[in-house]
Design a protein around this ligand. Structure first.
Ligand SMILES: CC(C)(COP(=O)(O)OP(=O)(O)OC[C@H]1O[C@@H](n2cnc3c(N)ncnc32)[C@H](O)[C@@H]1OP(=O)(O)O)[C@@H](O)C(=O)NCCC(=O)NCCS
Length: 187
């Protein structure tokens, strides 16, 4: 029997609305995403220089089909105070050690917004998708991203070297288990 596909719901945080990704978001992503401050620490699977139809191709050929298969969950982020403007994305992916990814347009960095977005999305990973572990690799020099993992109670379980848009970089693999996540939420 085929497992039922679990769709991405909408989420709300104090300052953000998270909406499931749709093809209509391609133009706004194309506008914001091809920026060195956004892509430098993303995996080298991101084409760079970014092609003019890069967002549409990624949505049509990778992200939306994976959502339909129930293997990935992607949300676009919008400020509640300006809901027509997409400001970033957060994603979950089943399998492997790259289970959660995120990016925010450069003007919105450093305001605690991604820390906020990570809360309902990580709850969804453990509580709805019933995953036992969340693992994320990140460039050791990506301080903002590491701080999010630290603050969420994750720990480094290994290191290696991976290819990023900016080249080969020392990488830390961060992890947290379902029990630890629930414990943190209670405390
Ligand atoms: C990583 C990213 C999503 C963080 O989002 P953000 O909303 O700016 O992060 P926050 O404001 O929640 O900050 C998280 C922590 O990092 C710190 N921080 C943020 N930017 C920083 C910077 N440039 N240098 C040092 N620390 C920084 C914040 O002070 C905060 O620390 P605190 O929790 O101790 O206060 C954002 O920087 C981004 O989009 N980067 C490009 C894409 C990317 O690298 N994605 C992650 C790939 S693993």
């Amino acid at each position: 029997m085929l497992a039922a596909v679990v769709s991405a719901p909408e989420f709300e945080t104090p300052r953000l609305r998270l909406r499931p990704l749709e093809l209509a978001d391609a133009a706004a992503i194309q506008e914001l995403f091809p920026d060195w401050e956004v892509v430098r620490y993303l995996m080298a699977t991101v084409p760079w220089p970014y092609p003019p139809d890069g967002a549409r191709i990624y949505l049509e050929q990778a992200a939306l089909p994976a959502m339909a298969r129930g293997e990935e969950w992607h949300w676009t982020l919008r400020l509640k105070s300006e809901q027509q403007r997409l400001i970033g994305m957060i994603s979950l992916k089943q399998g492997g050690d790259n289970n959660r990814g995120f990016w925010l347009g450069a003007p919105w960095h450093g305001q605690g917004l991604m820390s906020e977005a990570c809360e309902p999305v990580t709850d969804f990973w453990f509580d709805t998708l019933r995953q036992p572990l969340l693992r994320v690799p990140k460039a050791a020099e990506n301080i903002a991203s590491r701080r999010i993992s630290e603050r969420q109670g994750m720990r480094v379980i290994g290191t290696d070297v991976r290819e990023y848009v900016s080249g080969r970089l020392l990488t830390e693999i961060w992890e947290i288990g379902a029990g630890e996540w629930r414990q943190r939420r209670r405390s």
